[in-house]
Design a protein around this ligand. Sequence first.
Ligand code: TUI
Length: 317
Amino acid sequence: MENEICELLSIDYPIFQGGMAWIADASLAGAVSEAGGLGIIGAGNAPREKIAEEIKKIRAITDRPFGVNIMLLSPFVEEIIDLVLSEKVPVVTTGAGNPSKYMKSFKAAGIKVIPVVPSVALAKRMQKIGADAVIAEGMEAGGHIGKLTTMVLVPQIADAVQIPVIAAGGIGDGRGMAASFLLGAQGVQMGTRFLLAEECTVHPAYKEKIKNARDIDTTITSQHFGHPVRGLKNQLTQSYDRLEREELQKAAPDPSVLENLGIGALRRAVVDGDVVNGAVMAGQIAGLVAEEAPARAIIQEIMEESRTVFAKGASEW
Ligand code: TUI
């Protein structure tokens, strides 16, 4: 029997590569799609021309399906939506908000729409307005996160909707994939693990910091106002914590103090390799021991391991 996600998207393996802002470009997404997974270009805060270029590049790398992740807080969200509609990209994933008002245009263009949802309520709403599947992302994930863990979110969403569920947040190997399927998911999305793909163009210092990370090395900034973001601890996250504490003492806390600190921080880490004062977004699975490898090898290893541990479990309990 075919996997529902593979059938829906015409891909070989139900593995999505997270559409990481500044990081997930045509090089990484093209390699993942070419290897049979779903590669996703992260639009992040980029303007239309930048993403148009990445779409052109990925089409030169592969003729397999790919996706574009639309970060709904982007100042360029309207022009990115116009771009994916005119380019008729095969798949759109959305993050950091509710994509309801764009759903009709996506569907009219024949685009498969798979929103990231942090709750059962939003998953049900997305199913109702025509989403093809949902990505249930737990707060183990890197970047902007919701409040629930993958372990509790996936089964509750799987029970609440009939469309396929893709598990995300804290998944980095075949064990995580097998566990996700046992919780009711039909696919997985991984971001942090693909940072160590050879085709991932993130600065080598960023990759090194991921390789050296321990289980307890991530933290959440902007927990109390603004948008909570998970990344590896460094001087930037310490400054955030201090400023946030200071602001919260005030009679009228001003969230813009924190926003100012965040502007350009991700770019500093990804492009310049400043992992001390830049934002090194990563999930809690960064502590997992993993080597740099081609995207194809990562996908093959995870497929094989997930099947092995699943079969082992079935024979032991
Ligand atoms: O979007 C992500 N991860 C991201 S976006 C990003 S760029 C950024 N940087 C700083 C601040 C904000 C964004 C870096 N990482 N993951 C998907 C995701 N979506 N996580 C949580 C959500 C989410 C949250 C609320 C989705 C929907 C939602 O809906 C609220 C509503 O309006 O109902």
